[in-house]
Design a protein around this ligand. Structure first.
Ligand SMILES: Cc1cc2nc3c(=O)[nH]c(=O)nc-3n(C[C@H](O)[C@H](O)[C@H](O)COP(=O)(O)O)c2cc1C
Length: 207
């Protein structure tokens, strides 16, 4: 089958029970982003519209879609507009339940890291702290925030940052390499489904 996107607002063509928006590119990495407001209120939230976008210098992005439940932009967008800094925390299978808690529509003055029972560790180059239990964290400074095509239903923006400091937990480094089987990164599938990347194989490039 195929369908023209504009004919099916909400990406739910006939025969499908739910919107397909999250099902078409999978698995997606989860950017578990820490930000702080100018007043210093900490926010932690997951974004699967996330990725690294350049390696030299190392840059990453996350996209904020829709609005905060109380109106206005989500905290993860409002905060970077105020402070211009964020931290990416890698989400592992073990941290999945806490990551899910931080997706709640919490009031703006709630520290979602503490509310999820997570400990913060101070960053070196930016104000937002990292999630101490996450094995990899990237401290980032925003270099651009771009408005994306938006609709009557949702407004979308992409936050792009340059990575200033990389944190790697000692226990996931084995023989000078990162051991993904120790990390067990979590990926977002469609619906409310997730995948754990713990079955690895190696393929050497032809040239
Ligand atoms: C796995 C997962 C991925 C998500 N990805 C996104 C995303 O890419 N963009 C987005 O706007 N919201 C996404 N959400 C929802 C946000 O995490 C949620 O709206 C959160 O409360 C952010 O709001 P805040 O910045 O106001 O805290 C995702 C939720 C989950 C559980």
């Amino acid at each position: 089958m195929h369908f023209v996107v504009d004919d099916h607002p909400g990406l739910r063509p006939p025969g499908f029970k739910h919107s397909l928006y999250a099902c078409l590119v999978t698995p997606r990495p989860i950017g578990w982003m820490t930000t702080v407001s100018a007043a210093g209120v900490l926010n932690l939230a997951p974004f699967s519209f996330f990725n690294l976008i350049a390696s030299d210098p190392l840059c990453c992005m996350y996209c904020v879609n829709g609005a905060h439940a109380s109106g206005g932009p989500k905290d993860s967008l409002a905060n970077v507009r105020e402070v211009g800094e964020f931290v990416f925390n890698l989400c592992t299978a073990e941290l999945g339940p806490q990551m899910n808690l931080t997706a709640a529509n919490s009031p703006r003055d709630i520290d979602e890291m503490a509310a999820a029972g997570l400990e913060a560790a101070a960053s070196i180059a930016v104000r937002p702290p990292r999630v101490k239990a996450s094995p990899i964290a990237l401290e980032c400074k925003v270099f651009d925030i771009v408005d994306l095509p938006s609709s009557e239903r949702t407004r979308n923006a992409m936050v792009m940052g340059r990575v200033e400091v990389v944190h790697i937990a000692d226990e996931v480094v084995v023989d000078g390499m990162i051991d993904f089987e120790r990390i067990r990164p979590l990926g977002r599938m469609g619906y409310n489904d997730y995948a754990v990347a713990d079955e690895l194989f190696t393929m050497v490039r032809p040239d």
